[in-house]
Design a protein around this ligand. Structure first.
Ligand code: PGU
Length: 401
């Protein structure tokens, strides 16, 4: 028999979202008529906009012609699309050669961890998108799980709570090689201010750390003064990698397309450019994102396409407003839902899983237990604003009843 990877054995339970599905299905088994509404996983629900569907159809039809057919493409992505992503999201901040197109942010986060190996030390916001910690555990970047603290020994958890305005106290934080940071944040919904991200970049510069900045929700920011990219901060190009995604921007959770920006000047401590290793990783274990999807998005990143993108985001943000209202009317202290599609609510006197079970059993509404995002998430629930309007309205009605 073959020995199990000992790092896999360190992981706690299953991945969060399948566990939530399991509990939802258990309720359906008991009560097959329950009309369950999900405000759980951040999964998009609205149809793609016409610009996108037209462009995807044209790209697919092109493949049916001699002139339009293409096989394997460059692993880094279509040159034109790399240029469009740079121009659209990083004007004067990053160049086309620094943008690597991928099949999504989650996949890129996993591949980024390969570049740093098992001895890299890691800091994460607490609570955080589970992939940063679970992926690091798989890589062997952490020690054993400490059940008392509900943390992995060897990982630095940067507590983010209402008390510190969801920004960690960096003065008292020790150095790590990598710092995962997500803004607008999943799950707390907090979008970091410019001065906070400046503190983060200065901290990374002082410590010679690398920030892995997840900007999956960048265009959910309504407040024009808030940065949408870490590269808007002076000096960030020396210390940061940014991961982006079309999942929430274009409704591509199933279509799949994302990107990573690695600045040319970012170096390992031996002076080797990080971008060279990223290129090596991508050319070795990734074979390029779908040509249909890349061509489609490339042709749809127009003024009209971006207008349609913002209209769908506005739709989800109206859902966020309705949910936030309902959660507030329940008397729950809550955060987020203003510059992000997540509402983060404190459930006084209950554990996250107990509150999750109660709302599932009584209201048939699925949420996400905050403790699934890290120990500082205990006592909170996350409500996702992704859903059809009639479902959100029905969920809101049930919550208020
Ligand atoms: N980064 C963040 C911060 C996310 O919240 C998510 C999705 C992703 C990346 C994934 O991006 P892709 O480009 O689609 O790979 N978070 C959702 C879905 C759960 C999951 O496992 O990805 C959520 O509900 O948290």
């Amino acid at each position: 028999m073959v020995e199990r990877n000992k790092n896999m054995a360190k992981l706690q339970a299953g991945y969060l979202f399948p566990e939530i599905s399991r509990r939802k299905n258990a309720l359906l088994k008991k009560n097959p008529d329950a009309k369950i509404i999900s405000l759980g996983i951040g999964n998009t629900t609205e149809p793609l906009s016409p610009c996108i569907t037209n462009a995807l159809r044209d790209a697919a039809e092109g493949l049916g012609t001699h002139e339009g057919y293409s096989g394997y493409g460059d692993e880094q992505g279509l040159a034109e699309l790399r240029g469009k992503i740079a121009d659209t999201f990083y004007p004067k901040l990053a160049s086309a050669e620094e943008v690597f197109v991928s099949d999504g942010a989650k996949c890129d986060i996993g591949r980024i961890q390969l570049m740093f190996g098992s001895s890299a030390t890691v800091a994460v916001q607490d609570p955080a998108y589970p992939v940063y910690v679970d992926g690091s555990v798989m890589m062997g970047q952490t020690d054993n799980y400490n059940p008392l603290q509900k943390q992995f020994d060897g990982i630095t958890y940067l507590a983010c709570s209402p008390e510190n305005n969801f920004f960690p106290g960096l003065e008292s934080t020790s150095r790590t090689d990598l710092i995962y940071f997500c803004s607008p944040n999943n799950p707390t919904g907090a979008a970091s201010a410019r001065d906070q991200l400046t503190q983060l970049v200065d901290f990374a510069k002082k410590n010679k750390s690398i920030i892995i900045f997840d900007s999956a929700y960048r265009d959910f920011i309504r407040d024009k003064g808030l940065p949408r990219s870490i590269f808007e901060i002076d000096g960030a190009r020396e210390v940061a990698i940014e991961v982006g995604s079309f999942s929430k921007l274009l409704g591509f959770t199933g279509v799949r397309l994302g990107w990573t920006v690695v600045p040319k000047g970012l170096k390992f401590d031996d002076g080797h450019p990080v971008i060279k290793d990223w290129n090596r990783v991508m050319t070795t274990i990734f074979n390029g994102a779908s040509n249909i999807v890349q061509t489609g998005v490339c042709n749809a990143l127009t003024e009209q396409g971006l207008r349609e993108m913002h209209a769908t985001i506005d739709f989800y943000m109206e859902n966020a407003r309705l949910i936030k209202d309902a959660v507030t009317s329940l008397g729950y202290e809550n955060y987020g839902g203003v510059n992000s599609p997540y509402i983060w609510a404190r459930v006084p006197g209950k554990s996250s899983w107990d509150a999750f079970e109660e709302i599932l059993e009584e209201k048939h509404v699925v949420t996400t237990p905050g403790s699934g995002f890290g120990p500082a998430g205990e006592g909170f629930l996350r409500f996702s604003a992704f859903g059809h309007r009639e479902d959100v309205e029905e969920a809101v009605k049930r919550l208020k009843e």
